[in-house]
Design a protein around this ligand. Structure first.
Ligand code: CMC
Length: 443
């Protein structure tokens, strides 16, 4: 069978072009040959927010948004959430295959070996104000790690990439917990490497004067599953940021700092924080219709709802709803769950949400569980960042090894002034009604 092609007729010139189709995609660079006349600029595709542009080939995770499917390296998220652990899933994501027993033991040892941070990192964190948001502390501190490991700039060196990956996965929980302890004025708790990845994190967060912190196994497992659910998610905003920064061959600590900064926005990884604020603001089920009215009037968004890719249901939200009940058995019910369930019920019967295919996403329920576990709201995006570090590193390594990749440098459609000439300051007419009036503009 002949290779598939796309035929384009340029009605400006009447010329016909046959563009090859591979993996259901045409190459945007093939459009460049389409031009009105030699010397004129070639055609480009215009795609703000990259809604319909594939910028890489990836083998890490797969989403079918229509059917509500998420897989890591081919494995359904439901199976991993039920049977795997976060560290094993992180191995799968980073290395591409599930580990054998001996490889898993080695991986566990390699990660736990890197849970400590340099004492200067602790001093660095101490420099933040007592009320600094932990996400800001995480972003700055992880970026600062590049100064401790200057060899990380050797991004084409396999051994260096491996060590930085272990360090990042190992140290993120420590930095996160230190950020929290700092905000509470509590002494820092150093890692306890006898505990599991999530057990140790809970210890660093909550240990007080007891000699040994013993995490509740249900909560430890629930957090582990939440980490599995957040570990990777195709080319989302923060992963794209990781790849864009990585494309300049910047070191991975700087790239993770940038990715975490992207994650920190309310439309991405801080949505879980916003959901909990929103549910507290609603306070009781009777006030839901008033909120829905505001959302439909375009005054605000229903946080934790909607997704660029999932147009059916976010499979992670379904798993999280189940975990919620297990957690509440231990912690007692978080009353916000009833408001959330009612909000979901009302929204899913409303044509505004149905017609736009807006369903609860992973963040609609995750915050309620975290809150029930005693994790402070400001830590929610930080928890997301700990888990997503595995995905960021896997995607970054894929980028570094991809021979087709170059420094990211998109085009623009220039709509500004044509050439004009400089007029000295005293020759420019005042534009506004007042001499000190600032001319209108975006900044
Ligand atoms: N509440 C109300 N309306 C919404 C919402 C929402 N949460 N999300 C989208 N819409 C509307 C939007 O106003 C637009 O309507 P219209 O066509 O009338 O202008 C339509 O739905 C399409 O929205 P969009 O902004 O073009 O969709 P997008 O794919 O660019 O945005 C999103 C995806 C996740 C940023 C958005 O749904 C949103 O802001 N949701 C709330 C924040 C949130 O929960 N984020 C977490 C995402 S999942 C975790 C993660 O990956 O970070």
């Amino acid at each position: 069978m002949a290779s598939p092609t796309l035929t384009i007729t340029d009605n400006r010139t009447g010329k016909r072009y046959d563009l090859p189709i591979e993996h259901d995609a045409i190459r945007a660079t093939d459009l460049a040959q389409i031009r009105v006349a030699p010397g004129e600029p070639g055609l480009v595709s215009y795609d703000p927010a990259l809604i319909n542009t594939a910028a890489c080939k990836s083998k890490v995770s797969y989403i079918d948004g229509e059917r509500g499917i998420l897989r890591y390296r081919g494995y359904p998220i439901e199976e991993l959430a039920e049977k795997s652990s976060f560290l094993e899933t992180a191995y799968l994501i980073v290395k591409g295959e599930l580990p054998t027993t001996s490889h898993f033991k080695m991986w566990q040892r390699n990660i736990t070996m890197h849970t400590l941070v340099h004492e200067s990192v602790r001093h660095f964190i101490e420099g933040f104000r007592y009320d600094a948001h932990p996400m800001g502390i995480l972003i700055a501190t992880v970026g600062a790690l590049s100064t401790f490991y200057p060899e990380a700039k050797h991004v084409t060196d396999l051994e260096s990439r491996r060590v930085q990956t272990r360090r990042l996965i190992g140290k993120m929980p420590t930095i996160a917990a230190f950020a929290y302890r700092h905000s509470r004025g509590l002494p820092y708790v150093y890692p306890d490497n006898d505990l599991s990845y999530t057990g140790n994190f809970l210890s660093m967060m909550f240990k007080m004067t007891e000699l040994k912190y013993r995490p509740d196994p249900v909560l430890e497992r629930a957090l582990d599953v939440l980490f599995i659910l957040h570990a990777d998610h195709e080319q989302n905003c923060s992963t794209t940021t990781m790849r864009v920064i990585g494309s300049s061959l910047a070191d991975p600590y700087s790239a993770v700092a940038g990715a975490a900064a992207a994650l920190g926005g309310p439309r991405h990884g801080s949505a879980n924080e916003e959901v909990v604020h929103m549910l507290h603001e609603i306070g009781s089920a009777e006030r839901i219709p008033a909120l829905i009215k505001q959302v439909k009037a375009g005054e605000r968004r229903l946080m934790g709802f909607g997704h660029r890719v999932y147009k059916n249901y976010d499979p992670r939200a379904r798993i999280i709803k189940q975990i919620a009940h297990e957690v509440f058995e231990v912690t007692g019910k978080n009353p916000l769950i009833d408001i959330a369930l009612e909000l979901e019920r009302i929204a899913l019967e409303d044509n505004y949400f149905v017609s736009r295919r807006l369903y609860p996403n992973v963040d609609f329920y995750s915050g309620i569980i975290y809150e029930a576990m005693g994790l402070p709201v400001a830590m929610f995006p930080v928890l997301f960042a700990i888990a997503r570090t595995a995905g960021w590193m896997a995607q970054w390594a894929e980028l570094v090894l991809d021979e087709e990749q170059k420094i990211t440098r998109p085009k623009q459609l220039y709509l500004g002034y044509d050439e004009r000439h400089y007029v000295p300051l005293d020759g420019r007419a005042e534009g506004g009604p007042r001499e000190d009036a600032v001319p209108p503009g975006p900044l």
